[in-house]
Design a protein around this ligand. Sequence first.
Ligand SMILES: Cc1ncc(COP(=O)(O)O)c(C=O)c1O
Length: 397
Amino acid sequence: MASTSFEPGALAPSGMIPLSVPLLSGNEWKYLKECLDSGWVSSAGPFVDRFERMVADYAGTQHGVAIVNGTAALHTALLIAGVEPDDEVLVSTLTFIAPVNTIRYAGAWPVLIDAEPAHWQMDPQRVADFLDNECRWQNHELRNKANGRRVKAIMPVHILGHPCDMDPILAAARKYDLIVIEDATESLGAEYKGRKVGHLGDIGCFSFNGNKIITTGGGGMIVTDDANWTAKAKYLSTQAKDDPIEYVHNEIGFNYRLTNIQAALGCAQMEQMDETLSKKRAIAGRYGSALGDVPGVSLMREASWASSNFWMYTVLIDGKIYGENSRALMRRLAREDIQSRPLWQPMHQSPACQDFQVRGGEVADLLHRDALTLPCSAGLPLDDQDRVIDAIQAGVR
Ligand SMILES: Cc1ncc(COP(=O)(O)O)c(C=O)c1O
């Protein structure tokens, strides 16, 4: 029987259609060779600077700081934003767990916010309700009425390549002087009202993990317009080194810098970004037109105000209408050598997150029950796309 146990982003067994594998078809070898030939292999070097510039320019921000992975980028972002132990940070409940973990790394507490049903992103209404009704403004700070904790930041997670509805989230944040850290790890290239994600809030974070829209093997980046935060992110991510000769450190820092080798891959990947994005959007368009009429299958929707990078193409399966539920379909696809995957267990259901507050959660629960992500590597051949489409249509023949 076919297995779905290999990691997304890893090489798939022959004949298997994997969920997502990287597209490495540009200057990757050439740039890696330059690193090896020059000896610049570690956490400084020309590719690091170039990659930071490329990603910042692409997102439209003044600055970029390359970081060892997206999780470390989020952690560093929280620290430079001034999030302190016992603060609260609002974050999406329907997400991969990394952003929630980072809030705890900073010693702060997540307040989990449900998704909205149309585009599955952080529900801005629930954000406003929590801030307006459950918090009080006191001595120039916002405090949770129930526990007295300071509310310091909002971390909207742009899941699956689609942006959150940011205007109301930003309005709520501005009203109460909260910092907005975008978890844009899945959504490089996505746009909200014509502006790139990562440059919508105060700080944006990207991931270049193997399954992301571009990859450096593992990697991340902080983008922002703020020069002080940029300097602080570089400082904290290089062990907070105040005197590099005498090894003086005034703070506890981290070894969070990206290597030149990883950045070399990143530069080659960024050169292909436009092409990768159009391939991802073409796959989404093809799936959308082929599966839109299948009874019991609902498509991932792109808002009129958004441009998605369609990082992970996901459908909802109504088991009663379709004839099998999302998990049964996943198992059938696996038997046909097609890898698919449900969405993450919502954070409020996660055993690791039972101490955290949640607002809503029902929408995320339904999405978790019904969602199935389909193979959508940027380089997925048309024949393989057809195999996926046929297998899903076959369920109702
Ligand atoms: C929403 C989200 N946030 C953060 C991360 C963490 O990124 P990384 O794997 O680069 O640490 C990921 C993915 O891995 C993610 O999907």
